[in-house]
Write a protein of this length. Structure first.
Lengths: 109, 117
């Protein structure tokens, strides 16, 4: 079967750094995606990794290890507006996205 | 530029009633999708379309039908609503990649919250 695992909830402090992990087992691999979803709103695209390594985009970075079936999203200099759910998704061999249940990130002052 | 627009935003149905959710996108995207999102679960694909006049089943298609008569619109129908269909429904669209494949960068509508009593 296909499976995406990520922690249900994490708490961090404003100004700090947090790492959200995602492990996956899918039928094929055509890329890993991270989306941000604020409560009651639509998911929005954050990042895309298809090759091993780190992709940096401002305060957000995403890492991929295909051999380990593992990714993480790194958020630096946390701001209160970063409180949201972070969704990990993998594109399988049929070019369909398989979604994790999301990690709810709570930022405390 | 409105992006992806869903109507209605909220709806309450009784078991057995039917309804249609409308999704419209103004980005000229080829791919369109209908997902449902339930607590503690990832987004699950109901149906999708890779172009005008084409539709395909996703992971959880039972109890739903779709139509894509125009490129910009993707309709989701519930034939006979059941309490298990209480959920938040998201429509999304995406452009094709250079090879015509799915880029995975989806643009979502704001969601439609459906309650079936």
């Amino acid at each position: 079967g296909q499976n995406i695992d990520q922690p249900t909830e994490m708490t961090a402090t404003e100004g700090a750094i947090v790492q959200i992990n995602c492990t996956y087992q899918t039928s094929g691999f055509n890329g890993l995606f991270w989306y941000q979803q604020h409560a009651g709103e639509a998911p929005t695209f954050l990042s895309y990794n298809v090759l091993d390594g780190l992709e940096e985009k401002g305060r957000f970075s995403s890492f991929l290890s295909r051999s380990k079936g593992y990714s993480y999203l790194l958020l630096k200099e946390l701001q209160m507006k970063d409180s949201a759910s972070y969704l990990c998704a993998v594109m399988d061999s049929n070019y369909q996205l398989i979604w994790g249940a999301g990690t709810k990130l709570i930022i405390k002052p | 530029n409105a992006g992806v627009t869903q109507t209605p935003k909220f709806r309450v149905l009784k078991t057995g009633q039917s309804m249609t959710l409308l999704c419209a996108q103004d980005m000229n995207h080829e791919y369109m999708y209908w997902y449902r999102q339930d607590p503690g679960m990832g987004l699950r694909l109901i149906h999708y379309s890779v172009g005008e006049g084409t539709t395909a089943k996703g992971e959880v298609p039972d109890g739903y039908n779709v139509s894509r008569l125009k490129k910009q619109n993707f309709l989701l129908g519930l034939e006979s609503a059941a309490p298990s269909q209480t959920s938040v429904y998201f429509c999304a669209s995406s452009p094709p990649g250079l090879a015509g494949d799915n880029t995975g960068e989806l643009f979502f509508g704001e969601g439609s919250r459906l309650t079936v009593l």
